[in-house]
Design a protein around this ligand. Structure first.
Ligand code: NIG
Ligand code: FE
Length: 399
């Protein structure tokens, strides 16, 4: 089915039958890439999936219909990279960066200390608040990582809390080596008892492969151990400099290599050949003043590109997929259509999900309604809250 549909339509669902929609005109231009339907209707079935899409005039009858009055409808954003279980913030670190201090992985330890000191309820409330904030900006699926506990109890509790909010949970015990710990001993823990305690609550395993965090050999060991425990690998790669992260991703068959700020042409060929998604995180370049990756190079090399927020208190605290999308267009040379695709279908590919990231028959009815006639307004009107509502599994959320 289509990667996205702009409709200016009605949209609806009731418990016992399908809902339908009708409306007027919509976006023009690159309709073919996105499969845009104008004057469209979306019909949602009892199972929370899309049952029919097409011109409103041809829509089958439904129990309940909602006229969206010319608004564009897009698949809900799939934010495939976020760190939401933490306490405190690092606004002072951001301030220092904006006046010339570089970002380093070392700041993670500040958040680890605050997170360890917080109660379960505090962590849960903070994470819920951030998920709600994302939802108001059109995100209907979010991946959530652990990584600010860095001991068995702290990592397992982060994943238990994350699990309450999303099925896309990621064990990131290998974020940094905690203070006062021998690196080799920590890798043994992460691949041993900590993994055992965390695997039941996680779908994915991740590692921060970077200078100051874990090297290529450690990353390989940790991802392989995670895979042996039933977790599928993904990786933080090449964020602060060129490193082995992308090679490791391709070797272990990771779903996604994330950041990819510094890449060689060989890296891009490797990603394309291995079918590893490159998840670009432009809000991080914004907040660290690093150079943006050039998404054109990735797309021209045939790499599947996703965009995500990487929302975290350190390297970038934006929860906004519209902001990431606008940066991707303005700073990474993606067309608006490519960026929308990367923020929806791309994120779904990074999570190996085929039920989300698109709107067509059989897709989960996860969508966002924009207070705009076209998705183009997302990058065209940056910083403007354009999401007027979302539907999740066929149920209207925020209105
Ligand atoms: O994706 N790179 C590692 N993890 C986060 C940063 C975490 C932090 O600074 O607290 C990231 O950028
Ligand atoms: Fe991250």
């Amino acid at each position: 089915g289509p990667a996205a549909e702009d409709t200016s339509s009605a949209e609806s669902r009731s418990r016992n039958s399908a809902g339908a929609a009708r409306g007027t005109a919509s976006a023009s231009g690159v309709g073919n890439l996105l499969g845009i339907v104008r004057d469209a209707a979306v019909v949602v079935g009892d199972d929370g999936r899309v049952a029919w899409t097409g011109p409103a005039a041809a829509a089958p009858a439904a129990d309940e219909a909602r006229d969206l009055d010319g608004r564009a409808v897009i698949p809900g954003f799939v934010d495939s990279h976020a760190h939401l279980v933490f306490a405190g913030d690092r606004a002072a670190e951001f301030e220092a960066r904006m006046t010339g201090r570089p970002y380093t992985a070392g700041g993670i330890r500040t958040t680890v200390a605050a997170t360890r000191a917080a109660s379960d309820d505090e962590l849960r409330a903070n994470a819920r608040r951030l998920v709600a904030e994302m939802r108001r900006q059109g995100t209907t699926t979010v991946e959530i990582k652990s990584g600010y506990g860095l001991d068995i109890g702290g990592e397992a509790r982060a994943l238990r809390i994350a699990r309450e909010l999303t099925p896309e949970t990621t064990f990131l015990g290998a974020h940094v080596v905690p203070p006062g710990t021998d690196p080799a001993a920590y890798i043994d823990l992460v691949t041993g008892d900590m993994l055992e305690a965390c695997a039941p609550h996680a779908r994915w395993v991740d590692v921060f492969c970077e200078r100051g965090a874990f090297d290529g050999d450690a990353a390989r060991t940790i991802l392989r151990a995670g895979a042996a425990a039933g977790l599928a690998p993904r990786i933080h790669a090449n964020q602060l400099g060129h490193g082995p992260g992308i090679e490791v991703a391709c070797e272990v068959g990771a779903a996604s290599a994330d950041h990819c700020t510094f890449t060689s042409d060989d890296d891009l060929r490797n990603l394309a050949d291995s079918g590893v998604v490159a998840t670009l995180l432009p809000s991080i370049e914004f907040s660290t003043r690093q150079p943006y990756p050039d998404a054109r190079r990735f797309l021209d090399a045939g790499v599947t590109v996703a965009i995500a927020t990487d929302c975290n208190p350190g390297s970038g605290f934006s929860s906004s997929m519209p902001f990431a999308l606008a940066l991707a267009v303005r700073e990474m040379r993606m067309s608006p259509a490519e960026a929308l695709r990367a923020a929806t279908a791309g994120g779904a590919a990074a999570l190996r999900r085929t039920d989300i990231g698109w709107l067509g028959v059989g897709a989960r009815a996860d969508l966002a309604v924009l207070d705009a006639p076209s998705y183009l307004h997302l990058p065209y009107r940056p910083g403007v809250p354009l999401v007027s509502g979302t539907m999740l599994g066929g149920l209207w959320g925020l209105e």
